[in-house]
Write a protein that binds this ligand. Structure first.
Ligand SMILES: *[C@@H]1O[C@H](CO)[C@@H](O)[C@H](O)[C@H]1NC(C)=O
Ligand SMILES: *[C@@H]1O[C@H](CO)[C@@H](O)[C@H](O)[C@H]1NC(C)=O
Ligand SMILES: *[C@@H]1O[C@H](CO)[C@@H](O)[C@H](O)[C@H]1NC(C)=O
Length: 800
């Protein structure tokens, strides 16, 4: 074959298979009795399908109705193969065309192809007569030409394989006549060709053979025994040649279908007619019986309209002498709605992903009803409250499609009930339940239970202590709903946030990584992320604010006077000071806040307990009464400063007061100090300081005197903010306001010492808030104070 021939061949084959496909139907012809495994045809090729994809598309052969699975598809090659022996006679009986219907089902996308299999007859059955022996009793007076009917033979095969001819064994008396009845059946008769003579022959034995049209031919035969009788007789005669009856499929047992009746003109025994079935199919034998006396044909078995709706029976009537005739009974079964529809689930996508778009086909349903006409018209429905509907498809197929968006987090499975009802009366219905699960898609991010979280922790917490815990919920399934917590990178005060807090990835419990210091930081924020384990993962963020609360962990810090032992400082109290005059002030700060920094002052020990008091909260030391001559010049107070924390912390300091107007008395100062270690250098410095101060004071007095004379008021100090303790002022100028106190605008001064024992410098600065953080005060360097002094218009403020 050359290429050109090949092409033509392919074209011919192509057309041949196209001819087979009508309305997406494939039709094949196959002989009955083929061995299992025989190839009927190649479905894949005939439908133009890729045989490689048959497996993936779950190709399969489904039988319509409840036929046995005679055929199957070979998924590798696409061949339709015989699975089980097919017996045409068993399937279709006498029907001329014997069809098997199959469906080829392919999924994704769903495809249905109807496959029709024509079962061809093979000559596998021989003709056979209803009885092995036929007895005739014929009177010797019978004329030549008398006819005796013989029940025809039967061959299960059809068409060319059915009975073609009858052959009668050669004999003297009889010939065979085969005619055709009106209903198509054969009328086989023996015709008397030569008169009988009882005196010669009592019995005649004949063999009749029926032959079919097969190649080789098959045959069957019957023995005919003719008994020659002596007397004249009449055969019974049926009153109808054909009896027709109709009976409902659901007829009860013993129902009389029809009554046949034959009469015999003879008297006595010769006139007694008995009835019998002369030819009846095996099936009909199980359904009908005949009463030999009355001729009543009764129901003895259940009918099934769907498998057999017509019966043709021959009955014979025989008289006492054995003369017989026969008649035909035709029984039609009428359909009764006795079959409920049957729902077959042909395909189901289970589980179905929750993100399928509405209108997605998830299953295929086939509904069958074996009844006929109206009784097999079926309506299919589904319950209302599910997002699915049935869409009629080819013939009695329905697609189950989604009508809305599925959400596994709301409904994770559906029980779908499909109900099929036929239109018979009364209608029959049946239902089937499907269970459909919805598969998860990672479509929900974890969501924190709160929009933001706050954690409160006392300072000085232990590293590792729990601050708070966060919770995020993700309703998705398994890993798609597993939440993992983490701290988002960021900075707190310039340090990575991870050096402050950590979170347990599984539980969401937040731990402090270090100990917090309220004085260093009062609050900070951390950003956390909750992520699920899906792929891709979904996440959400939340802010956690951590508030650190104060603990009374700082002692009051006394700024003035300087702590005992490290410095030596004293205050001058004018001898003329009245009771209630402020003579000095203890200044302390506390790095804590609130109650923990609320300071109270108390004199715990004094040289003369009645002379000085201290403001509990101001720290101002006042005279309690006017100073008298008898008071000791050197006064020593020990002041305790206590905060209001729980428990409270305290600090003490010593205050040295010198009741004197005369700076010359200062040399004795060293006696006031209990400090044995005071060096000579300190004394010299003090003397020098006093001398310089005296010089300045004298100078100032002169200036002031001049200004006084000009009746000019002295200028107020620098916003009242910078001043000197009254102790350094001469008594007559101390009471500037004449109120008995040193100054109404007396400001609280922060005094700073360098800590050196040999040089005590006082730096004056504005100080209005006794809770001013210590570091702010302490950080000031002496140079910070230089400028204000340089700018002073009046030297009054300058003390040294
Ligand atoms: C579906 O039916 C099954 C078994 O009958 C039952 O266990 C299940 O709870 C039902 N589900 C729904 C969603 O009704
Ligand atoms: C999680 O979601 C993805 C799609 O987002 C899906 O493919 C997977 O099957 C889901 N996992 C589970 C356990 O359901
Ligand atoms: C959470 O924060 C991270 C880092 O800033 C960012 O990449 C992510 O997109 C945020 N997620 C959401 C849901 O806002």
């Amino acid at each position: 074959m050359n290429a050109h021939d090949n092409l033509i061949w392919i074209l011919i084959c192509g057309f041949a298979s196209i001819v087979h496909i009508t309305n997406a139907d494939l039709s094949y012809s196959v002989l009955e009795e083929m061995k299992s495994g025989s190839i009927v045809g190649n479905i894949a090729k005939d439908l133009g399908l890729d045989e490689g994809k048959l497996s993936a598309r779950k190709a399969r052969i489904d039988t319509e109705e409840s036929n046995q699975p005679y055929c199957d598809i070979d998924l590798k090659t696409g061949n339709l193969i015989i699975k089980e022996r097919i017996d045409r006679e068993e399937l279709c009986g006498e029907k001329m065309s014997c069809l098997l219907r199959f469906e080829l089902v392919l999924e994704s996308p769903l495809e249905l192809h109807r496959i029709l299999l024509h079962i061809q007859d093979v000559n596998d059955n021989s003709p056979s007569f209803p009885k092995h022996v036929i007895n005739f009793e014929i009177s010797e007076s019978a004329y030549k030409g008398a006819r005796y009917r013989i029940n025809e033979a039967h061959d299960d095969d059809i068409g060319q394989y059915s009975i073609r001819q009858y052959e009668l064994e050669k004999n003297e008396h009889f010939v065979l006549s085969v005619g055709e009845d009106t209903d198509g059946s054969k009328n086989v008769e023996l015709v008397l060709d030569k008169e009988l003579d009882r005196e010669k022959e009592h019995n005649i034995n004949l063999v009749l053979t029926a032959v079919d049209g097969g190649n080789p031919r098959k045959s069957g035969s019957v023995n005919i025994i003719v008994t020659v009788l002596d007397a004249n007789d009449n055969a019974p005669v049926f009153n109808q040649t054909i009896y027709k009856a109709t009976i409902a499929e659901d007829a009860a047992l013993d129902t009389v279908v029809v009554k046949v009746s034959a009469t015999d003109e003879d008297e006595g025994v010769n006139g007694e007619v008995t009835y019998d079935f002369s030819r009846i199919s095996e099936r009909a034998k199980k359904l009908f019986s005949i009463n030999s006396k009355s001729g009543e044909i009764k129901v003895i078995g259940p009918f099934d309209f769907e498998s057999n709706s017509k019966f043709e029976i021959r009955v014979s009537a025989k008289d006492g002498y054995g003369l017989s005739s026969d008649s035909k009974v035709m029984i039609d079964i009428t359909d009764v709605n006795d079959n409920a529809p049957v729902i077959h689930l042909k395909s189901l996508t289970n589980p179905v992903a929750e993100n399928v778009s509405p209108g997605t086909e998830v299953g295929i349903i086939n509904v069958q009803d074996r009844d006929s006409e109206k009784n097999r018209q079926v309506r299919c429905s589904i319950q209302q409250n599910v997002p699915f509907k049935l869409v009629p498809s080819i013939k009695n197929y329905y697609s189950l499609v989604t009508t809305g968006q599925l959400d596994r987090e709301v409904v994770s499975d559906y029980n779908i009930t499909i109900t099929a009802t036929d239109e018979g009366s009364p209608p029959l219905s049946s239902s089937k339940s499907l269970h459909l699960s919805v598969a998860d898609i990672n479509d929900n991010p974890p969501v924190f239970e709160e929009q933001s979280y706050s954690a409160y922790v006392s300072e000085n917490n232990k590293a590792g202590s729990t601050l708070c815990s966060v919770t995020a919920r993700d309703p998705d399934w398994r890993q798609n709903g597993t939440v993992i917590y983490s701290v988002l990178a960021g900075e707190v005060n310039g340090a990575p946030v991870s050096s402050y807090v950590s979170v347990n990835g599984d539980t969401g419990v937040i731990h402090a990584v270090r100990s917090f210091d309220y004085e260093h930081m009062r609050s900070f924020q951390v950003h956390l992320m909750a992520r699920d384990n899906g792929s891709p993962p979904l996440s959400s963020n939340v802010t956690v604010s951590v508030f650190i609360s104060d603990v009374n962990d700082n002692c009051p810090q006394i700024l003035y006077p300087a702590p005992e032992g490290s410095s030596f400082m004293t205050e001058l109290v004018p001898k003329a000071a009245h009771g209630g005059s402020v003579v000095s002030k203890v200044i302390a700060v506390d790095a804590d806040s609130g109650q923990n920094a609320w300071l109270s002052y108390q004199i715990v020990k004094s040289t003369d307990p009645g002379l000085f008091t201290i403001g509990v909260h101001s720290g101002e030391i006042r005279t309690q009464r006017d100073i008298s001559q008898s008071d000791s010049m050197k006064q020593n107070l020990i002041v305790s400063v206590k905060d209001n924390g729980q428990p409270s912390l305290s600090a003490t300091c010593s205050m040295y007061l010198l009741i004197s107007d005369n700076l010359a008395e200062v040399p004795e100062l060293k006696d006031i100090s209990y400090d044995e270690k005071n060096s000579k250098l300190t004394s010299y410095l003090i003397i020098a300081l006093v001398c310089v101060s005296t010089f300045f004071l004298t100078f100032i007095i002169i200036i002031l005197g001049v200004r006084f004379c000009r009746r000019r008021k002295p200028r107020l100090l620098f916003d009242g903010a910078v001043t000197i303790p009254g102790a350094y002022l001469p008594p007559n100028y101390a009471d500037v306001d004449g109120t008995g106190t040193l100054r109404s605008a007396y400001n609280y001064d922060a005094y700073l010492t360098t800590g050196s024992r040999t040089s005590d410098f006082k730096f004056v600065t504005s100080y209005n808030d006794n809770t001013l953080p210590a570091e702010q005060t302490l950080r000031k360097s002496p140079t910070d104070f230089v400028d204000p002094f340089q700018d002073l218009e009046s030297p009054l403020q300058s003390v040294f």
